[in-house]
Design a protein around this ligand. Sequence first.
Ligand code: UDX
Ligand code: ADP
Length: 463
Amino acid sequence: MKITKICCIGAGYVGGPTMAVIAQKCPHIQVTVVDLNEQRIKDWNDPNTDNIPIYEPGLSEIVAEARNRNLFFSTEVEKAIDEAQVIFISVNTPTKTYGKGKGMAADLKYIELCARQIAKVAKQNKIVVEKSTLPVRTAEAIKSILDNTGNGVQFQILSNPEFLAEGTAVTDLLNPDRILIGGDTTPEGQNAINALVDVYANWVDKDKILTTNVWSSELSKLTANAFLAQRISSINAMSELCEKTGADVTEVARAIGMDSRIGSKFLKASVGFGGSCFQKDILNLVYIAKSYGLNEVADYWEQVIIMNDHQKRRFSNKIVQTLYNTVADKKITFLGWAFKKDTNDTRESAAIYIADDLINEQAKISVYDPKVSRNKMLSDLDYLQTRSNEENSNSLAIFDNAYEACKGSHAIAVLTEWDEFTTYDWKKIYDSMHKPAFLFDGRNILNAKEVEAIGFIYKGIGS
Ligand code: UDX
Ligand code: ADP
């Protein structure tokens, strides 16, 4: 089977960039990305591609090249499903906020809705690809819905997890370490796998395209994220010990990273990992392990989250303690709100939790982030439901210039590692602040000696 029409349900951080790259690399395939959110689709269709809703380096250029050639963004979900041979499901699967598995299990209501919609509309055989991160055996549930509510057409379900990291989505998609495709071992399943392999083979070496069964593929995604997050929690655990003993975590990370068995990546101590995947996927893993009665397995992985929560709390405590045990009515400036640099995504960003802690201590928070909108920051805080929306907006002042944001503040907290923060005139910032001026570097991106020479009282992570 030769694929000529693809539909992707969900125009978010995964669906948008992934489909843009498929469209760019496969001009012979028509790619339609659909979403229920009309504003989001409108933004993807903005004539100025700098205004597309997702910021990723290199993405707006690719959209400019492929859009309205073979890449389309639309709200006509049913039409796109009907026309396509392959349907990617890239809708969000947040952690459940209600009922059984609350706070742990993935909320599959959006996935189920998609499956029902596909079943209703499909009049020909289709390949359905799970792209969102999903608990193991979700494909089975999708299959059951499709087979039992469909119009008698054949569905093949593939798992094709996305390993792109935000901020580097385009380069990750163009040069993936590997592509993973899981499918049924039946001849029909193998045909579906081969059809999808052919799509990726337009730009990815065949030896980087791995095929396996559906469950191995689903579990590989959760495992990859759990291992990555575990490295961060491991180095963050060491950061606290370094602070007590006089060791320097950056030196420790460098020393262990040169051991080729350990490797140097993902060893940056930080204020804690954020993002839409790590916490959610590990909680999923924990939930699955518990549901099979594997309590030791569940506890082992849950500790990665416990350590991460501790690291965030430790950072806000450190600010309060250093500022003479009170931040009430003090202005504290956050540089960065996104969960990492080069993205406008803020899901699970450490900044949200640090702000929440400090507002509880009655601090006044000022924020500057190069890409995150004011509304996003406020809705992130409101989502925690710690206090009224009005109280949040009174406690959070948002600036579009870092120098203005820092003026008159008692302390600065660097919470995202945006490159531009390292290029600032820190003397000028120091001069505009209350004295003593404190600088809490939650990302260890500034040169401690240099800023201390200016006069700052500097506190990094793990030294
Ligand atoms: C992650 C996975 O990397 C990706 O493969 C998967 O598909 C989705 O989840 P993402 O969440 O976009 O990607 O970002 P990632 O680069 O993994 O960073 C996650 C968090 O960890 C960020 O908050 C980042 O700042 C933090 N981090 C990362 C550290 O604190 N230290 C590090 O050394 C690396
Ligand atoms: P991710 O990081 O997984 O891509 P996002 O939240 O950025 O998550 O994107 C998911 C998108 O999926 C959202 O834009 C949401 O509106 C969309 N979506 C959710 N359910 C459906 C559905 N049934 N049909 C179409 N779009 C949907």
